[in-house]
Design a protein around this ligand. Sequence first.
Ligand code: OGA
Ligand code: MN
Length: 285
Amino acid sequence: MARMFDIAPLDATFGAVVTGVKVTRIDDATWRDLHAAWLEYALLIFPGQFLSRAEQIAFAKRFGPLEFEMAPISNVKADGTIRIEADNDDVVKVLKGNMGWHADSTYMPVQAKGAVFSAEVVPGEGGRTGWADMRAAYDALDAARRVRVESLTAYHSLYYSQAKLGHQPKRGSDYSGYGFHDGPVPRRPLVKVHPETGRKSLLIGRHAHNIPGMDVAESTQFLESLVDFACQPPRIYHHQWTAGDAVVWDNRCLLHRATPWDMTKPRVMWHSRIAGDPVSEASLG
Ligand code: OGA
Ligand code: MN
């Protein structure tokens, strides 16, 4: 049977724009096609969905249990005023942290499976979201590097990544503190095998540090060089948001980041985080 939606691949190694479907009204056959497209493209973009809170959560739950239902990613405070960038409070530091390439919740015991992410208020320019295809990056490595990364692991920590922005979490700040935990620092392989497709991808990004067997400087340099190599065309795509857009990405094989915008302008995004499978997304210990 024909697909019940239109799908247009992006000009990149991954990603597609899906139109002709309202994601809140998807029957089981359409869902199977959409899920298969998600595994293939890793990023699906749905323009003009204007999801309510309940609709976004319900759509996200089709992909699996949620790590959290819906968090604002926003420079607008609860009282409606815009956060002052120069105050550099913990929320501003988290928003700036998001501007480095990363995968979500790799610093948690179980990394995220993915996210449904939508735009409510967007600045006229900037404030894009970029994604990078770590399957294609792995495939593009030369043979020697591919062999090398295969045996390596790294630690992942939000303390590590946010410390670079001068963020030492404080009690009583507007940031919830999510991700700053006292448990063991997760260690993860640099090459992740996708639990549903079997494809290998590079698991790197700003939370990764301290590769066992390397000194700190060598590890930092090695990880930075991998991100620099990996996050290049044709493996990247940056989305200029229009209010009402929704996307779903696969956090098991993509990195993502925000791009800067004029922070005197409001940007209100909503993030529903799909939980990873404790079998395949747990840390090594
Ligand atoms: C996130 C994130 C990027 C953005 O919500 O996890 O990294 O563009 N967001 O806001
Ligand atoms: Mn993120």
